[in-house]
Design a protein around this ligand. Structure first.
Ligand code: FES
Length: 138
């Protein structure tokens, strides 16, 4: 399995995933339109390694560029691609999405008047005398 390295992180593609899908999944900023090798909008610079195209693309690319929408790495590769701005601060950390606060730290929501009335009605009905049934077999 080939490793993909960008300017910020390294990752592996999952089976049947194109390089573009892998870059998107890992939070990279890549433009695209056709996702089939026609428009050339997704082009990125290949800094190291080799890729193979699933189908021969029609868009023009320079000698050091690739179209990630329709290729997969043949070897470990390094691409000139950045993470989305909101993810760049996480650069170098093991977990890209660490838990920032305890899950149940938020205060409980204050009930709306409608919910409070429903609760009051439920309380009232529970104060009514309960019917008791005795079952006698003899
Ligand atoms: S998205 Fe059009 S060539 Fe890649």
């Amino acid at each position: 399995m080939s490793t993909v390295r960008s300017q910020h992180i390294g990752f592996n593609l999952t089976p049947h995933e194109t390089l573009l899908e892998g870059l998107e999944r890992t939070g990279h900023e890549v433009e695209y339109q056709c996702r089939a090798g026609y428009c050339g909008l997704c082009r990125v610079r290949l800094l190291d390694g080799e890729v193979s195209y699933l189908e021969q693309p029609l868009a023009f690319v320079a000698a050091d560029e690739i179209l990630p929408c329709c290729c997969v790495p043949k070897s470990d590769i390094r691409v000139d691609c950045e993470l989305r701005p909101e993810l760049r601060d996480w650069q170098g950390q093991e977990d890209m999405f660490p838990v920032q606060q305890p899950l149940f730290a938020e205060e409980l929501p204050v009930p709306t008047p409608a919910v409070a009335m429903k609760k009051a009605r439920r309380k009232k009905s529970s104060k009514l005398p309960k019917r008791t049934y005795t079952l006698s077999l003899f």
